[in-house]
Design a protein around this ligand. Structure first.
Ligand SMILES: NC(=O)c1ccc[n+]([C@@H]2O[C@H](COP(=O)([O-])OP(=O)(O)OC[C@H]3O[C@@H](n4cnc5c(N)ncnc54)[C@H](O)[C@@H]3O)[C@@H](O)[C@H]2O)c1
Length: 273
């Protein structure tokens, strides 16, 4: 069985490596030459030339999707989708490939791709990644993941691949939209927790109290886990994914407030330096 991973970055590369270690034939595709080179050094047949990728039974989309003018921009996912369907149409076999989108997206995108780009010619699942490079063993490729599918056959195919072949523990949800929403909800929840820690630290500064001591004291309660307040909420996922969340509604008041808290906190931290 051929598996092709599109996007060989922080998430796609360890995923491709993991699949290779399960003795499957893995092809990697990236638009960036150095990403493809890095993958080749790990034994993955990687290229920036899509024509060199053979028809694969499974395509895993791990490309980075970001923001454009502060709004979700999924052009890279569309691009990857178009490439996959091109391969599917070129093959003489009537076998439909399985496409798994692991990148973080918003509810409705999978269905839109399925109807507008894939035109019902593939099986489709969404298995959002939860990768954390800080602890790739416990929180890497082989951690519990949510899986949602466009239909029952896709779910069976996705389950057989991830659970039976890759041995990745899965939590099945009843629709692909729930899977899409689960990822940005997790991320936004985390964003709010950190923003609360930032607010608490600013209040402590105002009151002349030691934030670290207060935090440690609160965290002795069984259901409290206040995170650290560091340099402001950064990284290339949490702020982006929270913006995906707010793009869905005009009533995300708590999240909007958390974003304002983080802005103020960053300015204060900057001044203190
Ligand atoms: N980094 C993490 O810890 C993490 C964790 C969970 C989920 N995610 C999500 O996974 C996705 C990928 O994130 P990442 O951190 O791996 O990003 P990354 O920037 O490290 O890697 C993305 C790769 O995709 C490639 N790419 C971009 N457009 C492409 C295209 N059209 N075709 C082929 N390749 C293309 C880039 O060249 C890059 O090598 C994002 O949606 C992100 O939100 C990331």
């Amino acid at each position: 069985m051929n598996v092709c991973v599109l996007g060989l970055g922080e998430v796609g590369l360890p995923s491709a490596k993991y699949i290779l270690e399960k003795n499957m034939k893995v092809f990697g595709y990236d638009i960036n030459e150095s990403a493809a080179e890095r993958a080749k050094r790990l034994g993955i047949e990687a290229t920036t030339d899509w024509k060199k990728i053979p028809f694969s039974q499974i395509y895993i989309i791990c490309v980075y999707a970001g923001l454009k003018n502060d709004s979700p921009d999924f052009s890279s996912i569309y691009d990857a989708g178009r490439k996959v369907i091109e391969k599917q149409r070129e093959t003489s076999t009537s076998e439909k490939c399985l496409v798994s989108i692991e990148s973080t997206i918003i509810p409705g995108l999978c269905r839109k791709l399925y109807e507008e780009i894939f035109k019902w010619q593939v099986h489709l699942v969404h298995v959002p990644h939860r990768f954390w490079s800080g602890d790739p063993v416990r929180h890497g490729v082989r951690q519990r993941r949510v899986i949602g599918a466009i239909d029952g056959v896709s779910m069976r195919k996705g389950w057989a691949f991830y659970k039976d072949l890759l041995k990745i523990p899965l939590h099945k949800v009843s629709s692909i939209e729930i899977a899409e929403m689960s990822k940005i909800s997790e991320q936004t929840f985390r964003y709010i927790q950190i923003a609360f820690a930032e607010e608490l630290k600013m209040v402590c500064n105002e009151l002349g109290m030691n934030f670290d001591e207060l935090r440690t004291a609160c965290n002795t309660k069984w259901n409290i886990e206040i995170p650290e307040a560091r340099e402001g909420i950064g990284g290339h996922c949490l702020p982006k994914d929270s913006k995906y969340f707010t793009s869905l509604t005009s009533s995300a008041r708590l999240v909007q407030s958390a974003m304002q808290v983080d802005d103020v906190y960053k300015k204060i931290i900057h001044k203190l330096k």
